[in-house]
Design a protein around this ligand. Structure first.
Ligand SMILES: Cc1cc2nc3c(=O)[nH]c(=O)nc-3n(C[C@H](O)[C@H](O)[C@H](O)COP(=O)(O)OP(=O)(O)OC[C@H]3O[C@@H](n4cnc5c(N)ncnc54)[C@H](O)[C@@H]3O)c2cc1C
Length: 306
């Protein structure tokens, strides 16, 4: 249900008192890498956990739903938009605190992973090579345990702090994060990830930079980085790589409207201009059905559908 005029007015005032950037009926497509999705009733850009807590409390009392948007690089937002509040973190919650003596860093959820990765290289710390080409925030990265086949955030996370609908802030040690292949407890739990502590290993900055360059060169050669995409659409099943299963099932080049299965990588869907969320969902259904018919494998989504 859309928010009432009274709720919009109250929330605007609450945002102003808490120094939160606030936009009504804000189109979300430009905030996603797919460039797809309708508006949010209210988009908020909070600068602090306390500000988020104040809004979460108000939403709870008013029955207004809320969600979190990071870099928008792993999410499909419906064409009709989303009711309630969307917290947009990259412009607000972006502090980083280096504790270099212990090779640790505390980073707020809105900080972009490639930026953090490059900074660790400059400081002669290894461990984040795996996310140098992943265009999302630390918060979004934790939700899906972002990474590549030879490394993920799970390798460097020490603990994660999150805020829950009851207003409580909880800190989870890595063992309790439920991290697995492109998953974590936060895929099933409503919470705002506030930040994380990472532990890295000292290394020669040139060696770290060289490994990052290797990752980026490989990506440029194998992924459609010049298109609007959300990276891999499906998670890797036990039976093999989704790209190979999809290619074998004849999915490359399939299209619904302007949503097209990439010719470069069959597990990526490109938006060729005016693709809608409905186009992407129809294409996803067809890709799944083809793989099931061809190899008997049921693919699961990696992208999160709102
Ligand atoms: C070109 C390209 C390459 C990619 N390559 C990779 C890759 O190699 N490996 C990989 O793992 N992924 C890859 N991805 C996918 C994507 O970048 C990652 O999943 C990334 O971690 C998503 O982060 P985000 O901030 O963009 O999350 P968003 O897309 O903004 O959000 C994803 C989900 O997480 C939730 N969320 C985000 N932030 C928070 C928070 N602070 N608290 C609670 N929930 C939150 C959102 O509600 C949403 O449900 C790629 C994507 C693109 C476009």
């Amino acid at each position: 249900m859309p928010m009432t005029d009274r709720q919009r007015c109250e929330l605007t005032q609450l945002a102003s008192r808490n120094n939160i950037g606030c936009m009504l009926d804000k189109p979300l497509a430009p905030l996603t890498t797919w460039s797809i999705g309708g508006p949010a009733d209210v988009l908020l850009q909070p600068q602090s956990p306390d500000a988020i807590a104040a809004v979460v409390k108000w939403c709870g009392a008013e029955g207004v739903p809320w969600r979190v948007l990071g870099g928008g690089s792993n999410v499909l937002i419906p064409d009709e938009g989303v009711p309630g509040v969307v917290f947009h973190l990259p412009l607000g919650l972006g502090q980083v605190d280096w504790e270099v003596g212990r090779n640790e860093v505390w980073v707020a959820a809105g900080y972009l992973m490639p930026r953090l990765a490059r900074q660790t290289a400059e400081r002669g710390l290894r461990g984040l090579e795996c996310v140098v080409g992943v265009p999302g925030t630390i918060g979004g990265g934790i939700v899906t345990n972002a990474g590549v086949p030879d490394g993920t955030l799970a390798d460097v996370l020490v603990e994660v702090e999150a805020l829950y609908p009851d207003g409580q802030r909880r800190t989870w040690p890595v063992a309790e994060l439920g991290l697995g292949h492109r998953t974590s407890r936060f895929r099933a739990e409503q919470a705002v990830i506030l930040g994380a502590r990472l532990r890295l290993e000292p290394d020669d900055p040139d060696a770290v930079r060289a490994r990052m360059t290797e990752h980026l060169v490989y990506r440029r050669a194998t992924q459609p980085l010049n298109q609007h995409t959300a990276g891999s659409v499906f998670r890797r099943p036990a039976e093999g790589f989704p790209g190979q299963l999809l290619e074998a099932a004849g999915c490359k080049g399939l299209r619904h409207g302007d949503a097209v299965v990439s010719e470069r990588h069959a597990n990526w869907i490109e938006n060729h201009g005016a693709a809608t969320a409905a186009d992407v969902l129809a294409l996803i259904d067809e890709m799944r059905a083809r793989v099931l018919a061809h190899s008997g494998v049921e693919l699961e989504l990696e992208v999160l559908v709102w």
